[in-house]
Design a binder for this molecule. Structure first.
Ligand code: HEM
Length: 159
């Protein structure tokens, strides 16, 4: 196996790993952590403390994964014969990838708003902020699933 194949395999691996950490994290929070915390601990300070601790840890992993997805994604795109440039709509492959990038930008914006604009803390109840944060998490989990769908089409359209 030549060096280029090994490097490309490692880039794909890293892209999939960052996907698993970020989008997988969003889905586990939306489908398991939030409902379980609420049913086990109710909507009081214990749940706020647990969610704050979990989200502080996960949001760093998510930020690293976002940067990693851009880096590995650009390296993958360079390898793709049909890649006609960022946000190009010149062919079906590039159009699907551009749509994916638009969703990706939306996901990053939502993640940064949740992290920096909607700060909640365990000792200051902020039911409205916490509700908005939870809704945005579900929106981002949904966008993540759409990005995975588009990635599958990209792989199928790859020349
Ligand atoms: C939430 C963000 C992202 C997710 C969840 C994601 C997910 C994936 C997955 C799962 C694949 C593998 C598809 C397969 O082989 O079955 C893939 C491929 C790819 N991704 Fe991403 N990706 C994301 C962001 C990006 C970004 C930001 C870029 C570019 C800057 C990018 C560019 C690519 C490219 C070029 C491929 C290869 C498609 C091919 O030719 O087979 N991705 N992505």
């Amino acid at each position: 196996m030549d060096a280029q194949t090994i490097v490309y395999a490692l880039v794909n691996f890293a892209h999939d790993l960052f996907t698993a950490i970020w989008v997988g994290g969003l889905l586990v929070f939306a489908l398991t952590v939030i409902p379980s915390a609420r049913s086990a601990l109710g909507a009081g300070p214990q749940t706020r403390k647990l969610m704050d601790t979990l989200q502080k840890r996960q949001s760093w992993l998510a930020l690293v994964s976002m940067a990693g997805l851009v880096l590995t994604g650009l390296l993958q795109a360079r390898q793709a014969a049909d890649f006609a440039g960022l946000f190009s709509w010149a062919n079906p492959y590039s159009a699907v990838l551009s749509l994916k990038h638009l969703l990706f930008v939306g996901m990053v914006a939502i993640a940064l708003i949740r992290r920096f604009a909607l700060r909640t803390s365990e000792d200051q109840p902020n039911p409205k902020g916490e509700k908005t944060k939870a809704i945005l998490l579900y929106v981002n989990a949904g966008l993540g699933v759409l990005v995975l769908l588009l990635s599958g089409f990209n792989a199928a359209l790859a020349g």
